[in-house]
Write a protein that binds this ligand. Structure first.
Ligand SMILES: [Mn+2]
Length: 317
């Protein structure tokens, strides 16, 4: 990877205008990576545009640098950088023809960049960036550190996923030493949620089901309307399903406005849900993966459950 890092450093040095893009329906790691990289590049004198299809969700607007995020690509030739994005299609409806630099930690990353800095073992993309910043001659200060720590806190669900290592905590400690406020980031980025989001959970939880070591819940467009919840995501309900003792796989299915269903899988070690997701054209990590499927909700539920039960049987054989 070292020569890739050198090539990346040269590419950055030779570019004065840079676009940094995160994936659509961004999580904390996508936003934190995008803002940290944006601010670090600005510190060394680059003109930088952070871009997210659909703009920055309100949840992340407390972050330093958040007011710079725009929903569309700027005109003209720029260096194009993506963060935390496993597949170029996850950039959403942005018209991205070419990616120069691809920073990520998803094992399923399709290596779509001219240069790919992908570390599948890392707990977050912000952890990858933290390690690469000195080699890329990018600076660290409190606002950059805060965004990096946010990505690490959110992707590890507060340092409790199997991806957490002593190194994750060492990085967190160093970011705290730079001034990042861990308790504030933890509360606003991980624990804090709206009343509407919890009402939305209640809709999904009231119809939750458990069968043969798989627990699942469905969230429909009508649930969002009833709860007054405005985003088309799952409001992290999957993280509640994974706290249930017994099931080896948890699944959340979220109906989308235009005949699609977004699926999230979480597994205990032993079942590889990233392989399962890839059979539906999705991807992710071994124990946390997702896909987008076409079809009516109930029909998608049946297909997903059948495949998931089969994956568990296969894992045990
Ligand atoms: Mn991530």
């Amino acid at each position: 990877m070292t020569s890739e890092v050198e090539r990346a450093a040269k590419l950055i040095a030779g570019s004065s205008e840079i676009v940094v893009i995160g994936h659509e329906r961004p999580d904390g790691d996508a936003v934190g990576s995008m803002l940290a990289l944006t601010m670090a590049l600005q510190e060394i004198g680059k003109r930088v545009w952070p871009v997210l299809a659909g703009g920055l969700p309100r949840k992340w607007q407390f972050l330093p640098g958040a007011n710079q995020v725009r929903p569309e690509l700027p005109a003209g030739e720029k260096l194009i950088v993506t963060v935390d994005t496993a597949d170029i299609r996850r950039l959403g409806p942005l018209d991205v023809e070419r990616v120069d630099l691809n920073f990520d930690h998803h094992p399923s990353n399709t290596q779509f960049g001219k240069i790919n800095l992908v570390e599948p073992g890392a707990a977050s993309t912000t952890a990858v960036l933290y390690r690469l910043f000195p080699e890329l001659e990018l600076p660290l200060e409190v606002d950059i550190a805060s965004n990096l720590l946010l990505g690490l806190i959110t992707d590890t669900l507060g340092f409790r996923t199997s991806s957490v290592s002593s190194n994750s905590l060492r990085i967190a400690a160093e970011l705290i030493e730079l001034g990042a406020d861990i308790s504030d980031l933890y509360r606003k980025g991980l624990l804090g949620r709206s009343y509407e989001a919890v009402r939305y959970w209640a809709q999904g939880l009231s119809r939750m089901e458990l069968r043969d070591e798989v627990v699942w819940a469905v969230l429909r467009v009508s649930d969002r309307e009833l709860a007054g919840y405005s985003s088309s995501d799952g409001a992290d309900l999957i993280d509640v399903l994974t706290t249930i003792e017994g099931p080896r796989v948890a699944i959340l299915l979220v109906e989308q406005p235009e005949g699609q269903v977004k699926i999230s899988w979480r597994a205990l070690p032993g079942v590889d849900v990233s392989r399962l997701a890839s059979t539906f054209d999705g991807g992710g990590h071994e124990l946390a993966a997702g896909a987008m499927m076409e079809g009516e909700v109930q029909e998608v539920v049946e297909r997903v459950l059948t495949a998931t039960f089969a994956a568990i049987v296969e894992a045990d054989s």
